[in-house]
Design a protein around this ligand. Structure first.
Ligand SMILES: [Zn+2]
Length: 370
């Protein structure tokens, strides 16, 4: 009996002891967990502080760039004549419609609208036209792209292909042209800078150079088609992060193209993926040899937009420019490369109120890389 009791008591004590031990162990582990938690929170806080600091630096740097630009402008104004000052006065952002009508309804539509029998299903066929003022304005570098919506810019691009005689000379299906342009629009991303409006501006500058410099007298229509098409496609599916970022971050694009112009190679590849869809292939009437020529020419021009190759391309051009020969294919290709490069960075030659908003867009996109 005593033995049984003592055994019971012993077991009871042992159990109690075990319980206390477990509790102490739990307390310890909680204490450690709290410590772990504390360390984690401290680490996270430190990370957040670092991020806030970095973001702050970004803002400071953007502000610094803006101030530098302002200073530069004041300095230029003081050196230049008063016309520059007049330009800067007009700098307040003015995002309204042009002073001239953008479109005109065809006479057929105007007449049809007056009748109760107006058939809305046919309306698109009667269509509206860009006004003659728009058509004229499009030929100059002063054109203000900020006043135009994406669908309107598409109509303008379409007009350029018709106006340059490309649709007629190459027997391009006008509906395919519309579909191709729409597909181009869908394949530009909404980046602050490298977006569809940038594509439009570069192409419109190319168009105005062709018109103002009478390039159609010097170049073949194939060259004109290559110049325009390369401009339209030159930044397709731009992800908003530059080549340096792609290479340093070892992105999929950098790996795919072995660090050699990853973005420009990608723009080309997307362009020709689009052409591989029969609905969007404006070159479907071309024989294989002509297509090969257009493809090669377009690729050469898009790849030339990589600023890493700026020095090389410019040096090659300088060597040719004194004895320039329009019959020499190498000379012509080099000039086309310089032309697309000029158009790509042509915002600064536009009127101040058109050029200015692009600076903010560029800075915004640039600081995304940090
Ligand atoms: Zn570009």
């Amino acid at each position: 009996m005593y033995q049984a009791l003592s055994h019971f008591l012993f077991t009871d004590k042992e159990e109690l002891f075990q319980n206390v031990l477990t509790q102490v162990a739990e307390q310890f582990s909680r204490a450690f967990k709290i410590n772990e938690l504390k360390t984690e929170v401290t680490n996270r806080l430190a990370m957040l502080e670092k991020r806030v600091e970095l973001e702050g630096m970004k803002v400071v740097e953007i502000e610094k760039c803006r101030n530098d630009i302002k200073k530069l402008r004041v300095e230029m104004a003081s050196r230049n004549n008063s016309t520059f000052l007049e330009d800067t006065k007009k700098l307040t952002p003015r995002r309204d419609v042009p002073s001239y009508p953008k479109y005109m309804l065809s006479q057929q539509t105007i007449d049809a609208l007056k009748k109760p029998a107006f058939d809305i299903w046919l309306w698109e066929a009667n269509e509206y036209h860009l006004s003659k003022e728009t058509v004229e304005a499009l030929r100059f570098p002063t054109f203000d792209s900020w006043q135009w919506e994406p669908n309107e810019m598409l109509s303008c691009l379409e007009h350029m292909y018709h106006d340059l005689g490309l649709v007629k000379d190459f027997n391009i299906n006008p509906i395919t042209l519309k579909r191709w342009l729409l597909c181009i629009h869908d394949n530009y991303r909404n980046n602050p800078f490298h977006n569809f409006r940038h594509c439009f501006c570069v192409t419109q500058m190319m168009y105005s150079m062709i018109c103002l410099c009478s390039l159609q007298e010097k170049f073949t229509q194939v060259d004109i088609l290559i110049l325009m098409t390369a401009a339209v496609c030159h930044d397709l599916d731009h992800p908003g992060f530059n080549n340096t970022y792609q290479i340093n971050a070892r992105t999929e694009l950098a790996v795919r193209y072995n660090d050699i112009s990853p973005l420009e190679n990608h723009h080309c590849a997307v362009a020709f993926q689009i052409f591989s869809q029969p609905d969007c292939n404006i070159f479907s009437n071309f024989d294989p040899e002509a297509f090969k020529q257009i493809r090669q020419g377009t690729i050469t021009l898009i790849l030339a937009t990589d600023m890493a190759r700026h020095g090389e391309i410019l040096d090659s051009f300088k060597q040719k420019v004194d004895n320039f020969d329009y019959t020499d294919e190498e000379h012509v290709t080099c000039l086309k490369m310089v032309l697309i490069k000029c158009c790509d960075i042509s915002n600064e030659v536009r009127p101040m109120e058109v050029a200015e908003p692009w600076v903010d867009c560029l800075l915004e996109e640039y600081f995304m890389q940090v």
